[in-house]
Design a protein around this ligand. Structure first.
Ligand code: FAD
Length: 383
């Protein structure tokens, strides 16, 4: 059943969840060095060493069945672990996409051979994926992708350009949304497929796109006649649109769309003078909103566990969650007159400088606020 009526099942944390939360906090206290500087969201924190240590505790590939080396957790329990990692600003970027969406997608749509090949490496925190959706002329209008795959002997020859491909310069594979057949009349969502492409394959070139602060997360990936064997078609040919829509629920509907700037709030409270009415009022408001919005992604997690499609609930969650991530930055900036300085001694001031640069991207990545509202409005109209 689709979530067009926008009902949000209420989720209550259990004693087991509370125990797990404490366990993750202890692991982080033992594992992160004393001078660890938290990251915001996944920015900067690409650390295969950390991913591997986390995996040894069963906290990578959490939704992967045990027979593939995963922890076989339900999605709500997985949220407990990811909340703790994000709240601490842990360096989770390397495994994040593989853990969040590539593994569930391969598990759900992939062949047995693909599950055998990819899931154990993802669960071990050793195999990393990027997202191969956006193109220069196809971001919000994703179904207009021009990257195309032509059938050749034993596979496909893929040619096109992907953009904003986060961490493609480090990662091993990405699932490329491309056209494998012409669109049927009036339906551009048809004829699309997902192919798993090795980012080190001949014909793949990765070009950095640096941010204003010179940091490098993004890339443009050019695919020039790249051979992809038939075995690397993910799911069913022509079902690419349905598959990426399912993937987007996982990309949009989780704590990483609410907690990107939470470490900034934590460090504000650690470092800045408290005891002021304005601070009490601002922090009280921010914490109350956080408690309300996190119920949405707990509901999305519960719906995923029930096998219910939740694209609209995930869109509502991302809309509210990413505006909240920006609100933390603007609300804290208003409390004090500080010049943002990435080289400041204070961790709070460093994070503030970083957050100001990053904040505009929160409401763009994974689908812009305007597009999410179109998704929600259409669902409400047809409910
Ligand atoms: C930090 C970050 C990381 C990213 N990582 C990845 C990645 O790893 N892999 C990947 O594939 N993509 C990635 N993206 C790309 C992201 O998904 C796209 O930027 C996003 O979908 C928007 O597409 P666009 O940039 O082409 O903007 P456009 O689609 O050109 O939109 C421009 C503006 O027009 C508005 N707009 C567009 N259509 C409509 C409409 N119908 N009605 C009203 N307003 C509209 C939008 O809201 C936006 O404000 C990333 C983006 C960011 C910011």
């Amino acid at each position: 059943m689709a979530d067009t009526a926008l009902t949000f099942p209420v989720v209550t944390e259990t004693a087991e969840h509370a125990r797990l939360r404490v366990e993750v906090r202890s692991f982080l206290a033992e594992t992160l060095p004393p001078d660890f500087r938290p990251g915001l969201g996944m920015a900067g924190g690409w650390s295969p060493e950390f991913s591997s240590r986390l995996a040894k505790r069963g906290w990578v590939g959490m939704s992967i069945p045990r027979r593939y080396g995963g922890a076989e957790m339900d999605t709500v329990t997985r949220v407990v672990v990811t909340e703790e990692l994000l709240a601490a600003g842990a360096p989770v970027a390397a495994h994040w996409v593989a853990e969040r969406q590539s593994a569930p997608s391969i598990l759900h749509f992939g062949s047995d051979a693909q599950r055998d090949r990819f899931l154990p490496g993802i669960a071990a925190g050793e195999l990393f994926f990027s997202i191969g959706m956006s193109e220069p002329e196809a971001g919000s209008d994703l179904a207009s992708v021009r990257t195309s795959a032509l059938q050749v002997d034993g596979g496909w020859s893929v040619t096109g350009r992907k953009i904003w491909t986060t961490h493609a310069h480090h990662n091993h594979f990405f699932a490329v949304l491309c056209r494998t057949a012409p669109a049927a009349d009036g339906d551009k969502h048809s004829g699309l497929s997902q192919l798993i492409v090795d980012l080190s394959a001949p014909g793949v070139s990765v070009h950095p796109i640096k941010l204003l602060n010179n940091s490098h997360d993004f890339n443009e990936v050019v695919l020039d006649d790249v051979f992809v064997p038939d075995e690397m078609v993910l799911g069913t040919l022509g079902s690419g649109w349905h598959q990426v829509t399912s993937e987007l629920v996982l990309e949009r509907g989780g704590p990483d769309r609410l907690l990107s700037t939470f470490p900034l709030l934590v460090h504000y409270l650690k470092e800045r003078p408290a005891g002021r009415d304005a601070v009490h009022e601002t922090v009280g408001r921010l914490v109350a909103r956080l408690a309300a919005i996190r119920q949405i992604y707990l509901s999305v997690a519960a719906m995923v566990d029930l096998g219910t499609a939740a694209p609209v609930a995930a869109a509502v969650g991302k809309d509210l969650g990413t505006l909240y991530e920006q609100e933390i930055v603007s609300a804290l900036t208003e409390l004090d007159e500080l010049d943002p300085d990435p080289n400041a001694v204070s961790t709070y001031e460093q994070l503030l400088a970083e957050a100001i640069v990053m904040a505009p991207s929160f409401t763009i990545r994974g689908g812009t606020t305007e597009v999410l509202r179109i998704v929600t409005a259409r669902a409400l109209r047809s409910a």
